[in-house]
Design a protein around this ligand. Structure first.
Ligand SMILES: [Zn+2]
Length: 339
């Protein structure tokens, strides 16, 4: 009975499955533009009274909530959830059953939250365009970034530390975003709002001498503060000066100065696509932020876009949680009154 791909796709988005469905109907509102409507009633929960904990409430009526979600680029689903009103047999308190299609505390659906967070991985996507597409305010999107991205507090320093900057914006402090990255993988360690020495020093002060000892190669351009930092924080590391700033066939020619002052040319394998990508991404994000005001959020977005391992977490859906925990469903035919 539940073999409609659109229905299954919708349920999956919310961590639900066909066992949660009591009855449903699915029909196009506007087939040409991909607008569909799902009318659905979920199986009854019969949770105890939130006031007196009395079990087995009466069903008192129904209340329909409407949630819109973009299932795919060109398919919009309007979900009309028929939610039961319950009434306590003892204290007469009434309440409405949970709506698993709505994200907790916000009037947007779980699916929309997931879609927005996934879309934000794409640097071309702006708050404005996302807001328009999902019918939410840019502030809501900013809140999602602040709340749900899983950014590591502090990343370990790599063996090959590469410091580079991207000219990204002009403000009173600096016109550069300074990027510290793993030169072997191209994964960012962190980004700083300035390439000035104080910022770099303060950032590196979070690492113990043991942690800094892991850095064997230090690569940057000739900018004096970088050289000072290398001398100060990584005196043991082999310093490589990015001589050409060109990348060919994943090979980068570097001019290496060792501790005893000897210099020689060396090539080192670099994932140049990641490094070039990084510059493009940061500039795009800056352009799209259209005068951002919040550095922390800008940093979060940069790290989210540049690091494939950075993901997001959202609180699980109450019904999904219950499915996982119990796996048992009440047979509601015994309990439910005829509407
Ligand atoms: Zn009660």
């Amino acid at each position: 009975m539940l073999n409609d791909p659109l229905l299954n796709m919708t349920l999956e988005l919310y961590g639900l499955n066909c066992k949660d469905i009591d009855e449903y109907s699915l029909q196009p509102i506007d087939k040409k533009h991909g607008h569909w409507q799902l009318n659905v009633r979920l199986k009854a929960e019969y949770s105890p009274c939130p006031v007196c904990r009395q079990e087995n409430p009466r069903i008192f009526g129904y209340y329909t909530s409407v949630v819109k979600v973009n299932l795919m680029e060109h398919i919009t689903m309007e979900i009309c959830v028929k939610r039961r009103r319950y009434r306590c047999r003892c204290c007469h308190k009434t309440w409405t059953e949970n709506n698993p299609f709505v994200f907790k505390g916000q009037q947007i659906s779980y699916g929309t939250v997931i879609n927005i967070l996934e879309e934000l991985k794409n640097p071309e996507v702006t708050y404005k365009s996302l807001g328009k597409r999902f019918n939410v305010s840019p502030t809501t999107i900013q809140n999602l970034i602040d709340t749900h991205l899983d950014l590591p507090e502090k990343r370990p320093l790599p063996e090959f530390l590469l410091i580079d900057e991207v000219y990204a914006f002009r403000d009173s402090e600096s016109g550069y975003v300074c990027v510290l990255m793993d030169g072997d993988t191209g994964i960012p360690i962190d980004v700083l709002p300035s390439r000035r020495k104080e910022y770099l020093s303060r950032f590196l002060a979070r690492y113990s001498p043991e942690e800094r000892k892991k850095v064997k190669y230090f690569c940057s351009d000739m900018y004096q503060p970088y050289q000072d930092i290398a001398q100060l924080k990584f005196p043991w590391a082999i310093r490589a000066i990015d001589r050409f700033h060109v990348f060919q066939d994943f090979l980068r020619m570097t001019y290496v100065t060792t501790r005893n002052g000897k210099s020689y040319w060396k090539t080192r394998r670099l994932n140049s696509s990641l490094i070039e990508n990084k510059n493009r991404v940061i500039q795009t994000l800056k352009r799209n932020a259209n005068g951002f005001t919040n550095w922390d959020r800008f940093r979060s977005r940069i790290l989210y876009v540049l690091d494939p391992d950075v993901t997001f977490t959202i609180p699980s859906n109450p019904r999904e949680e219950r499915n996982r925990n119990s796996g048992t469903q009440k047979d509601e035919s015994q309990n439910e009154l005829k509407k």
